[in-house]
Design a protein around this ligand. Sequence first.
Ligand SMILES: O=C(O)Cc1cc(O)ccc1O
Ligand SMILES: [Fe+2]
Length: 442
Amino acid sequence: MEVQEGELVYLSGFGSELASEDPRCPGSLPKNQNNPQRCPYGLYAEQLSGTAFTVHRNANKRSWLYRIRPAVLHEQFVRLPETPNGIVPDFTEFPPEPNQLRWLPFDIPLKEENQVDFVDGLKTISGAGNVHSRNGLAIYVYTCNVSMNNKALYSADGDFLIVPQQGVLDVTTEFGKMVVKPGEICVIQQGMRFSIKVRGPTRGYVLEVFGTHFELPYLGPIGANGLANPRDFLHPTSTFEDVTGKFDIVAKFQGKLFQAQQNHSPFDVVAWHGNYVPYKYNLDHFMTINSVSFDHADPSIFTVLTAPSVQPGVAIADFVIFPPRWSVAENTFRPPYYHRNCMSEFMGLIKGNYEAKAEGFAPGGATLHQMMTPHGPDVQCFEGASHAKLDAIRVAEGTMAFMFETSLSLAVLPWALASNKKDNNYRNCWQGLKSHFNQGEP
Ligand SMILES: O=C(O)Cc1cc(O)ccc1O
Ligand SMILES: [Fe+2]
């Protein structure tokens, strides 16, 4: 179904077969076949595949693009100079860091001093696996202050899940345009060209997954509805530009950036159809499920999207949110329990504060709790929640924390460990936890 938001029209659904024609060219999508001898309006047909041709029909992803010029019409790719904290192909060589880590909000450069667009503002903070073997993930923070000008990015390595924290993103893709505000996320899959315009100082997070795609989690006994509902995912609709002039295509390929020039806009797709299409999702539409009797449920109940590994139930990465909700559990320590997990947990904060650590974890900052590294509520949270009156209360009101949770063991980049944004006092938030043991009082 079509959904209008401001100037833009989106198509709703998840994993659906969709089709879109720019209204200026009715009939531009070939009827009943993909490769007519000559496409309507003299367009070129181009397939973009997101899975091996031969995967199971349920998993098969591809789209057909009908465009003014095929994507192949570009100059040679030339390697771009490496930025110190930029893009990493392989995470196996970094020194391991098992400590609990927290970062203060990353600074957005001042436009007057340093003009930085989305591509130049991407900094890898953590990751695992490697792009060559198509198994792993990278976690970035981005800070930028200017739009990508006649420049498009694509990743040959993986799918980008972008989480804006500050600043609206005007995203142009080959499939059309999306406006993505803080509180919304978007996914731009492997190979898709996109360009981001910003409206001011801009910051956020990116999760890139290699060799897998994001899916809605199984709902099991929850049933057919709930958590992120398919109808709330919005896909762009065709809007082509027939523009000539210098345009840079930046490719993230094998963990390095390359640039190829061309003499026209890559956003020249007049019509498309398929099920391999970028999308956005408003986190406010998440239907939250939780305990209405007792005990703290595992955070998997808050999974928005999961990028599965080949092992059933085990994710390369889950995208999990902690939305505003009612807290009603009786006789329960309601905040997160203390825990050591066989997964790694990277957390970010879009707005407000996070229940388990009301102090010190600020919007635009981050925490990382490595595989089996103990963590949980800080002293204040533990003492407060151990004695709180257990009324039905709203929690996380006006806040939105999220977690990238992965079954892989994360490397942390040296710049992030050396950064003056690293909170070297983080561990102190637990040091005041006292023994309350009283053997005489069961
Ligand atoms: O560490 C965290 O704050 C994330 C988290 C939240 C929760 O409710 C249970 C487990 C968990 O790892
Ligand atoms: Fe945790």
